[in-house]
Design a protein around this ligand. Structure first.
Ligand code: ADP
Ligand code: MG
Length: 745
């Protein structure tokens, strides 16, 4: 199986490279480690079977053969796998693990696990602890029960999980009776077809690395590391008291409130963002941080977010595959720790209408074979030539593939952010900051260039490209794809989404842009190349480079936008520029199966046409089911919770009118109250019927409109009925943890 993975992913290079990059990143983390060592209260990566654990639990021979096999991408021989498994088992059992699981990422949006204990009967009728090499490298879950979009049928159920040795195994809940050894895995079908999110990500990394090597060759950049992407994903989430969750079936079932009026106080005072963290929240955060550190997740930042009850956690960036796995661990850990602290952690993109939603800002950069960040403006004009080349490649990638990139963040939850009254917009644009925009504009018109005050004028294509100062970009919080000094922040990713797909798509779009620009540059260079000048390159190289950049800037500069991405004017302006604005998931997903998208996935060996089409089916099905489920849940709750409460309130009002009249007083105002409520109760009946009719059909795209009409009526009723009658905790109570009043009777 390991051999199969190697062949499949060109794993040879890809994995050795990731392995090296990981050690490289680990080296960068020494300060954190030292700090952890010095702080008795914290430990870092103690529950991870990383290099230092391997050194301790594997014989020197096995350790070096393993790292060597990884480096060369050669299949592991069975005896090696057996010894590694045995070492891993000993290590995990010392942490209290009784079970192991292949930890993989089927197309469910989350992870999957099936636990097997280490215990096996021995010949003498006793039991022994056993974990074989075969069990480590390969599992055989029944693939027919996972979403496959038709790739697997029940009669051809065989599926395989296979160890991804580039992401370390770890023990969750170490030193408790819930301790389990988790082995990060890919998941594929009998013929090697990808059934998960990790496989295409690893394939896209290989594709991108190959293209980055071409850039390295053209710019004569040395280095023996495989290039790789780095990712740091900021995770936003809400916390409410667990007691409230138990009283909100909509939150339990759908992860978001289907009803609820915005309270008088919400985020308008802008006092929550970065506000003082309350003790109960801080206890939760500290517990989550500590658990994550033990799992080797380098969490760094924690703060209050824009909406009341909203928070954020951000890690230090890591190699992309690891960062994706770690983000999944972050989401799980937040949820588990919340429970322990009697909170519910809501990861949905829009748990509460009318206040800030949650995203997952995917900070993304590229590291070259020289081990340097290639989105970092360099110190020399030579470095900057490569920097500008990379920058222009991003612009080309985003402009050319905006719809596909949009499709990578298309989920039912994210529909409430993208394309709704929420940021960032569904229009893909790139923010560069004024200075870089100016530089590109100057290159575009082919004129001479003055960068900053007092800098020399440099003519593109004649001497060299400009020196670019650090911190070239300001901040723009409204752009979906913002350059933030040395990385791009892809802000459209949804808070509950795995970042595997968005990163896969970024990788291949970038690989595509780079490959075309390299083709163009290579074709323009004279052969053989004339002698180099003082800048390390030839005039011919600069002339060719300037020509390539000019052409690409002029073709794609429409995607650059530095203004307010939330404004109505931008929507209009974007339309004038011909930029797509794909508002809903069904529309966005369809892009996946357009011929260009299928061809792109195929060209870089990331997904075959069959795999792409099946994935489209899976994602579309998930959207349909989610939306229909929300509709059903709303119908149910409105009928069985809201309507009885509304009728009860109506009754209270009727009685009040009658008693006032019986006392011989004017009941006109009370009658008005009653009429208002009675009108809404009628409207509620109508809205329920309307929604029910739609749900009886099978077009999920028709559900959101009647659902929001129903919601409008319910929310209006909430504003009229007695609080004590209302069946759900309201937004104010959940945001500010206010005690619920008792029932009236
Ligand atoms: P912000 O102001 O957007 O919060 P930060 O500097 O705090 O910016 O960084 C946010 C995230 O970006 C962090 O998770 C950080 O690790 C990540 N990040 C920083 N540099 C890189 C990089 N080169 N590649 C990927 N992510 C990065
Ligand atoms: Mg940020």
């Amino acid at each position: 199986m390991i051999a199969l993975i190697v062949a499949e992913f060109e794993g040879a290079e890809c994995r050795s490279y990731i392995f090296m990059s990981r050690t490289f990143l680990e080296k960068d983390m020494t300060t954190t480690r030292d700090w952890a060592a010095e702080n008795a209260a914290v430990t870092f990566a103690t529950d991870v079977f990383n290099c230092s654990a391997m050194r301790k639990y594997l014989s020197p021979r096995v350790f070096s053969s393993f790292t060597e096999a990884i480096r060369k991408g050669e299949p592991l021989d069975q005896s090696l796998a057996d010894e590694i498994a045995d070492g891993m088992k000993t290590w995990a059992m010392e942490k209290g693990a009784t079970h192991f699981t292949h930890w993989f990422q089927p197309l469910t949006g989350s992870t999957a696990e099936k636990h097997d204990s280490f215990f096996a009967p021995d010949q003498q009728g006793g039991v022994i602890a056993q974990f074989t090499g075969k069990e480590l490298i390969q599992g055989e879950p029944d693939a027919s029960s996972f979403p496959s979009g038709g790739l697997r049928a029940t009669f051809e159920a065989r599926g395989y999980t296979a160890w991804d040795p580039t992401s370390d195994a770890f023990v969750v809940n170490a030193n408790t009776d819930r301790a389990v050894l988790c082995i990060p895995c890919v998941f594929c079908g009998y013929h090697g077809e990808a059934l998960d999110e990790k496989t295409p990500l690893l394939r896209s990394q290989a594709a991108l690395a190959n293209q980055l090597m071409r850039v390295a060759r053209l710019f004569e950049i040395d280095g023996d590391r495989r290039p790789f992407a780095t990712v740091g994903s900021e995770q936003e989430y809400f916390l409410i008291d667990l007691g409230f969750l138990e009283e909100r079936p909509d939150l339990v079932m759908c992860g978001r409130t289907l009803f609820g009026r915005r309270p008088a106080r919400h985020q308008q005072l802008e006092d929550h963002y970065f506000g003082r963290i309350k003790p109960r929240i801080l206890s939760f955060m500290s517990a989550a941080d500590r658990k994550l550190w033990r799992l080797g997740v380098p969490v760094k930042t924690r703060h209050n977010e824009v909406s009341p009850a909203q928070f954020e956690l951000a890690p230090v960036f890591e190699e992309q595959n690891l960062a994706v796995d770690h983000n999944l661990l972050i989401m799980h850990t937040l949820q588990d720790t919340a429970q322990e602290h009697h909170f519910a952690c809501l990861l949905h993109e829009k748990p509460f209408a009318g206040v800030n939603g949650s995203g997952k800002h995917n900070n993304w950069s590229l590291c070259g074979p020289d081990g340097k960040n290639w989105f970092s403006p360099g110190k020399t004009p030579h470095d900057n030539a490569k920097f500008l080349f990379m920058l222009v490649a991003v612009i080309k990638a985003i402009d050319t593939h905006a719809p596909l990139i949009r499709s990578s963040v298309a989920t039912a939850g994210n529909d409430h952010r993208l394309g709704a009254n929420e940021a960032p917009p569904a229009i893909m644009s790139v923010y560069l900051g004024e200075m870089l925009e100016n530089i590109l504009e100057k290159i575009h018109v082919g004129g001479s260039l003055r960068v900053g005050k007092g800098d020399a004028i440099i003519e593109i294509g004649v001497t060299s490209l400009p020196r670019i100062p650090k911190d070239v970009s300001d901040r723009n919080r409204t752009s979906p794809f913002a350059f933030t000094g040395n990385k791009f922040e892809f802000r459209s990713v949804g808070s509950s989404q795995s970042c595997a797909l968005p990163n896969t798509v970024l990788n291949i779009c970038m690989a595509d842009a780079i490959s075309k620009m390299c083709d163009a540059l290579e074709s323009k260079l004279p052969k053989p190349m004339p002698a180099k000048d003082a800048s390390g390159h030839t005039r011919e190289f600069h002339a060719a480079l300037a020509a390539v950049l000019q052409k690409e800037i002029s073709a794609h500069k429409r995607v650059i936008f530095g203004g307010d991405g939330y404004s109505r004017e931008w929507e209009e302006e974007a339309e004038r520029r011909g930029l797509p604005n794909i508002r809903t998931t069904p529309e966005a997903l369809r892009v996946m199966i357009e011929p260009e998208s299928i061809a792109l996935y195929e060209r870089f060996n990331v997904l075959s046409e069959r795999e792409t089409r099946s994935r489209y089916e899976v994602y579309r099905h998930a959207w349909d089911q989610t939306v229909a489920m929300e509709g059903r849940c709303a119908l149910n709750l409105a009928r069985t919770y809201v309507l009885p409460a509304a009728l009860e309130w109506e009754d209270v009002l009727v009685k009040s009118v009658e008693s006032v009249k019986s006392l011989g007083r004017d009941a006109a105002l009370r009658l008005e109250s009653f009429n208002k409520t009675a009108g809404l109760v009628d409207a509620l009946h109508q809205a329920l019927d309307e929604l029910e009719k739609i749900l009886d059909g099978d077009d999920a795209t028709a559900v959101p409109a009647p659902l929001s009409r129903l919601r409008a009526v319910v929310d209006e009723l909430e504003g009229l009925a007695a609080d004590a009658i209302w069946p759900f905790p309201n937004y104010g109570e959940m945001f500010f943890n206010v005690a619920r009043p008792r029932r009236m009777n």
